[in-house]
Design a protein around this ligand. Sequence first.
Ligand code: OGA
Ligand code: MN
Length: 298
Amino acid sequence: MALDIRALKPGSGFAAEVTGVDLREPVSDADFAAIEDAFHQYGVLVLRDQDITDEQQVAFSSRFGELETSLGFDQYGGVILPQIARISNVGEDDQIRPHDHEKSRYHRGNSLWHTDSSFKKVPANASHLSGREVPPIGGETEFADVRAAYDSWPGSVSGITKEELEGLICQHWIVFSRTLIVGDIFTEEDKKRLEPVRQALIRTHPATGRKVFYVGSHCQFVEGWDFPKSRALINELTSWTTRPEFIYAHKWRQKDLVMWDNRVVLHRGNPWPDEEYRRVMHRTTVAGDGPTVAEAAE
Ligand code: OGA
Ligand code: MN
């Protein structure tokens, strides 16, 4: 079957479905080039019916670049490859975990709008999420097109202009973002290796030249600004960016593979009845090319 790419939100240029590709087999160079182009153009790609192993997922994802290794907060027996991050409510004993289990609380951070690994000095380029077991209700993943949000932003209610955002640097910290939703879940040791990092507030995509606000839940404050003013701006940019017209909500089917470009997309995972239904997702994460803030400016 020939490769085909179909827009999921016609007219918006955001999110597309790719058919005619089987990730159990090596993807030809020509098909890979078409997928990579579509990925840059659409920001989110959906591939249905990809009944893949971890090894096949790693092989495909590695075509996009070097992969991150998982923070390792939820690895267990079945998952042995360090490049696989497991996002699930199912424990080592193959049983559903209680809602208040520490790992469930850790993953619940994903229900806030965010961009993957923005709490790392070199944040992720892309994430590839494979729905190994998805619940029949809830648990959708929502994506926001920050390029369209940036292009149409009318300016801040407090009078800050788009031009004034250029050059601003924000601090991103996962300890902060988790505190917003599930409290102080990290040990002192974790906190030492998860120090806040600096990220540019405005990013430009290297392949398309499109600009975005690089915000999301890990974004704590603007350097040089007082905290209330920083929070007001970050909240305002996030609520503009996540207006309904910029959203693609993915309703998972078993064995979907969904990939998104963390440089231009915010995303969040919706809740589901997590003490009733299993949800097992395996993620590979393509590492970024470098810091968003020039080293010399540090
Ligand atoms: C992720 C993530 C959301 C979800 O894997 O990075 O945010 O719906 N997942 O599982
Ligand atoms: Mn995520």
